[in-house]
Structure formats: C-alpha cells, structure tokens
Design a protein around this ligand. Structure first.
Ligand code: PHE
Length: 451
C-alpha cells in the first residue's frame, strides 16, 4: 500500500480522542480499582501516579514518534529503522500481545455489555450466577468481538475516530454522579481513607510490578498500539501535547473510578480485595439502592461498554495494521483473521469464571498462587509482564538503536517548543531511567534480585 492511500486521522482532536479512547477503558474503571484494592489502596495509587509520569508518558512519546516516523505498523516501524535485524521480533511481540490482550479483555467487555441489559430489566442475579453461565458468556463474548470487528472494518477516520469523538466526553460526568451518591452512604468514609490515606506497610515487591504493569496497560503501552495510532499522524501534529492530554485524562478517569468504587465497597461491607469482579459485584448494589439507579446504572454500563470498545478496536488495529502493511492483506480479510485467532484464546478466558471447571481452576497451578484460572494467567502475563517488557525494548530501541536526536527532530516537526530542556529530560528518561527501572522491577518480581 502506498502512503497516498494509507489511512490517516481526520484531525488532531480526532486523534487525541481516539488515543484517549484507546487508553481509557476497562483498564481504568475495572482494572485500576480492583488492583488498587488488592494492593493496599492509597499507597498503590501513589506508586501508580509515579509510574505514569516517570515511565508511562515518556514511553507513550516513544511509541507515537516511532509510528509517525515510519507510517507503519509496529513491525514495519522497526524495519524502517533497523531493517531485517532481530529488532523486528519486538514488533512481533507487540502484534502477539495485541491478540492476547484482546482475547481476555473482550470477556470483561462482554460482561459490561451484559450488565447493560441486566440493569435495564432490573435483573439482580448475583455476579457468580451470571459469570458461570457458559452459553451467556460465550454469546456476550462473540457479540462484543463482532462490534469491534464492525468498527475496525470502517478504518481510521470513518470508524475509530468518529465513534471516539462522540462518546468519550460523557464518561467523567457519569462517574461524578455515582461518586456523589456513593459518598452519602453510611460507612463511605472508611472507603475514602482506604483510597486516600497511604499505608506503606501494604506495599510489597509485587505491588511495584503491578503498579508499573498498570501504568502500561492503562495507557495502552508496550505492545505498539500507540505506534500504530501514531502511524496515522501527520507531521504537523503535536506529539507531546497530545500524549500529555491522553495521560492526564486517563489519570482523571482512574481517580474518579476509584472514588466511585471504594466508598461504595465499604458502605456495602464488601472486600476491596474482591478481584476482577469488584466493579460488577459492588456497583449494581449501589444502583439498586439509589434513586433513579436504573438510569444511572444503564448510563454507566453504556459508557463502560463504549470505553471498552474504543480500547478493543485499538488492540485489534495492531495485528490488523500488521497484516495490511506487512502481509498486504486487505483490511476486511485482516479483520476476520484476527477475530478468528482471538476467539481461540478468548473462549477459555470467557469460561474461566465457573463456565468450565477446568479453565476456572487449572489443575496444574500451585495452590498457593493467587493466579488460578486461564483468565488470571492471561491477565497476569499480558497485563503485568509482557507490556513492561515490550516498553523496555521500545525505549532501548529508540534511545540506543535509532537515536534520541533523530527522534527529537521527528517530534519537533509538529512542536518546536519541545526542543531544549523538555527534549533533554525526555532523552535521559528514555535512554536510562525507563529501561533501568523496568529491568529492576521485573528482576525483582522474578525473585532474581531483592531488596
Ligand atoms: N488502555 C486500555 C484500557 O485501559 C487497555 C489497552 C491495553 C488498550 C493495551 C490497548 C492496548 O482499558
């Protein structure tokens, strides 16, 4: 495909909203509260904020710059700089992570979609009885995957951009309504202090890995989604400005989501360490008790469905762009190929919550592990480990193989004010700080070094 016919964003705002749409999703509203709950609350929140600014934002700029420089998928972006060298496997890692993350993420997205109807008809079946229904979960899974297929089919400006622009801005409004109600509940105060008063004794080695992993996951980093989105940018677009908006909006949404959930968790006498079902167990109880709750609940799950959709489309776009750019497939075929592979890994994940006894409690995993289902394994490997590993190599690739000065020149095409101190700080972060911290955290989590 020549660059004249390659897709591009219609406008910079459209790009910002689409990139924000990719970033803001279940990672903020579903994953952030539950991992914060399992990892000690406020102390985790502080570690998370640190990881976002020190590592997330610099690597977001790395990915966007690599993408715009080459106007290619992650594999093509690397080949454009390093040719046929081994670096191309970094691109393949990204493409594979895209498929795997899409496979399990769509399970939770399917729940959101199901809860949309559940709330509307006032069905109060508890989460456990909902998630162990194999047929229902399989069906919701396929329905959500098909919606993703539908948007990615439409391409960049006609599909992804159009949808992101309409719906992203409504999300914070709904969250604020839930927060206001939640704070009026008896016992909400304990949730507020759990969320805002750090207790550092709760921080363990694993906490640091989880905070770092979350910084990657929530900002869609480490698998080339932002390389791919960056590849549809024009030279005049402002990469640092857009990157900062994406990160800040994401932090705002995560912060609000925690504020919506924890007061309610404590008021309902639930445990903040409930795990992946936290949002689905606690919020419906709130909606059931609040005046106008059906409407608020419906609005909440609608927005969450859309936030999830703007993220699944970015995951699918990575392998799709790869098949289009590198394998010369037409978009429509590429979309179906990716959907087919996703289903293979996705169905076991969808059956990991009681739908199948085997996938729910994999017999070969040690009892002592907190990871026990097929879904847990996927979430742990691709949520916590694969993305930081990918991010490490993207930083090293840009900083040491391509060259910071070339990258800064690329960024400056659309933002002259980046030259000077900002670019110097970024250079140091990308070449030294990010790779070193990521390696330390990973080695530490693997038990190879300890403090
Ligand atoms: N950032 C998305 C979210 O928070 C998830 C995601 C991860 C999207 C990786 C793309 C790539 O929900």
């Amino acid at each position: 495909m020549t660059d004249q016919t390659r897709d591009a964003w219609g406008s910079q705002l459209g790009f910002i909203l689409a990139a924000t749409g990719s970033a803001v999703g279940l990672g903020h509203i579903w994953r952030f509260p539950y991992v914060a709950g399992e990892n000690g609350g406020a102390a985790f929140v502080l570690l998370y904020i640190g990881s976002v600014f020190l590592i997330g934002l610099p690597i977001l700029l790395v990915e966007l710059t690599l993408g715009r420089h080459s106007h290619r998928d992650p594999v093509g972006a690397i080949k454009a700089i390093a040719g046929q060298s081994g670096w191309k496997y970094l691109g393949y890692l990204g493409v594979a992570s895209g498929v795997f993350i899409l496979s399990f993420y769509t399970v939770v997205a399917g729940w959101t979609f199901g809860y949309l109807f559940k709330t509307l008809i006032g069905d109060l079946t508890p989460f456990g009885a909902f998630s162990n229904n194999a047929l229902l979960n399989g069906g919701l899974y396929l329905a959500f995957l098909l919606m993703t297929v539908g948007v990615v089919y439409g391409g960049i400006s006609g599909g992804i951009e159009k949808w992101s622009k309409i719906l992203m801005p409504i999300l914070p409004v709904i969250l604020i309504a839930i927060i206001i109600y939640g704070l009026t509940l008896d016992g909400a105060g304990a949730g507020v202090s759990f969320y805002l008063k750090p207790d550092f004794s709760r921080i363990s080695t694993d906490t640091v890995l989880v905070a770092l992993g979350q910084a990657f996951f929530a900002n869609s980093l480490g698998m080339g989604a932002m390389v791919t989105y960056g590849s549809y940018l024009k030279d005049s677009d402002n990469i640092p400005g857009s990157g900062l908006s994406v990160v800040l909006f994401g932090l705002l949404i995560s912060f609000l989501a925690g504020f919506a959930i924890f007061p309610a968790v404590f008021a309902m006498g639930a445990s903040p360490a409930e795990g992946p079902q936290l949002v689905f167990v606690v919020l419906p109880q709130i909606f059931a008790s609040m005046p106008g709750g059906v409407l608020v609940g419906f609005a909440f799950f609608l927005i969450l469905t859309i936030a999830a959709l703007t993220s699944t489309i970015s995951m699918m776009e990575v392998p799709v762009a790869f098949l289009i750019d590198e394998k010369k497939m037409v978009r429509k075929t590429a979309v179906w190929v990716v959907a087919g592979v996703t289903v293979l890994f996705g169905i076991p994940s969808a059956l990991s919550f009681g739908g199948s006894a085997f996938f729910t409690d994999l017999p070969f995993l040690p009892e002592a592990w907190s990871v026990d289902s097929f879904f847990d394994i996927m979430d742990y490997i691709f949520g916590n480990v694969a993305l930081p590993v990918g991010g490490f190599f993207f930083a090293v690739f840009l900083g040491w193989r391509w060259g910071i000065d070339e990258a800064i020149a690329e960024i400056a095409k659309g933002n002259q004010s980046f030259l000077g101190i900002k670019s110097k700080v970024w250079g140091v972060l990308v070449k030294y700080v990010c790779p070193i911290i990521i390696v330390i955290v990973l080695l530490n989590a693997m038990g190879i070094i300890s403090f």
